[in-house]
Ligand binder design. Sequence first.
Ligand SMILES: Cc1cc2nc3c(=O)[nH]c(=O)nc-3n(C[C@H](O)[C@H](O)[C@H](O)COP(=O)(O)OP(=O)(O)OC[C@H]3O[C@@H](n4cnc5c(N)ncnc54)[C@H](O)[C@@H]3O)c2cc1C
Length: 445
Amino acid sequence: MTKAIHIIGGGMAGSEAAWQAINLGVPVVIHEMRPRVGTFAHQTGNLAEMVCSNSFRSDDDEQNAVGLLHWEMRAAGGLIMEMADRHRLPAGGALAVDRENFAQSVTDRLRSHPLVTVSEAEVTALPDDGPAIIATGPLTSGALAEAIAQEAGQDSLAFFDAIAPIVHADSIDMSKAWMQSRYDKGETEEERTAYLNCPMDRDTYEAFIDALLAADKTEFHEGETAKYFDGCLPIEVMAERGRETLRHGPMKPVGLTNPHQPDIKAHAVVQLRRDNKLGTLFNIVGFQTKMKYGAQTEVFRMIPGLENARFARLGGIHRNTFINSPTLLDHEMRLRSKPHIRFAGQITGVEGYVESAAMGLLAGRLAAAEVLGHSLPPVPQETAMGALIHHITGGAEAKTFQPMNVNFGLFPPVDLKGGRKNRKARYKGYTDRAKSAWQEWLDVA
Ligand SMILES: Cc1cc2nc3c(=O)[nH]c(=O)nc-3n(C[C@H](O)[C@H](O)[C@H](O)COP(=O)(O)OP(=O)(O)OC[C@H]3O[C@@H](n4cnc5c(N)ncnc54)[C@H](O)[C@@H]3O)c2cc1C
């Protein structure tokens, strides 16, 4: 008899992984702790419960990376997309769903399938043998999180997500910003120019602090933050401690010379650091924030050079368990130290319902192929699926690794004549290229 895949966690990723495996004829056991053991966000015992909003975001598969991911999952016969489409609600260009009917129909489809067994129990240790997929999400239970931390190393598991915004490199005004590491530190030219700097004069700095103090903030609803946040304070909290705190912290202007105005010393400098190997994304160093999204874009666009910034991800702070995938997982999402275990979903460092389900889709197919004794060709990086799996399994900087939504910054750039100016044509270039690469992959996978 074909060996069963043990899938721990029946959320977005676990449900999709199960569906993909059973469609390839491989049985699965889904271990889901709810309703016996709850989380602070889930309300039911259903599989694939949406914990917060009821939106799968944009459904535009020509101009939007998450819309493209929808397209790719539909083309792969994804269960999450099938049920989302079935329970779609009117929401303009977004794919919003009736959350109860959505989760109920995913649950019914899986529970009634002859190749599926559901075990309603919390898993507290890593499975001794495989194949297994851990898809326990951002709210992984404490005992299992501890077991993962023991295997991976405490530093490799983050419990809170204090994230700084990420900016698309091509939206930064380089007539104001420049590349330089503090004190030109580094052995190579690449190291000496590792940071992108945005200078502020005194008036701009003062206005920026005023805006930070006045901005709308979200309140964090779990009381476990004190220890962690001491080394990782949100910028607005630093600003509350004193108007000069940021100038002596992440915005200190020392060791830097602005080549556009070499004789003028900046009053403060905002630094951005490369966030991916392609150099298409930069994160704002030390700018983790609790500001509401609207306030963030307004305040960050006050930074000289970022007036027209497009954000691949905005900052935020919430409970989130995820592993340092770039160091811990191989290119097939297997734990290097225990390759019978794969990880999938938000715990791998992707962010969002759709991205989590997408990584479940790949993990399910990869695990099933392994059980059946064949291997799959690498997922092309030009696809949304491929861009995500490449990012988490090696493309992202391990030291600064933080959860990531799918976005075109993760894709190899498209080569379009004059395309830089024409965003619409560029995005269409990305999505056309991705669709044919994905279809080709599905044909051979
Ligand atoms: C509070 C909060 C709000 C969010 N809001 C949004 C949003 O609005 N939009 C969005 O796109 N994303 C949101 N996310 C992010 C994320 O995309 C979702 O959490 C998504 O559901 C992740 O999918 P997943 O399959 O990785 O995890 P989940 O969907 O959370 O599934 C994991 C499953 O594992 C189970 N489990 C955990 N530990 C164990 C264990 N030890 N044994 C057995 N079962 C276990 C859980 O009960 C759960 O069913 C939010 C996250 C959080 C924490």
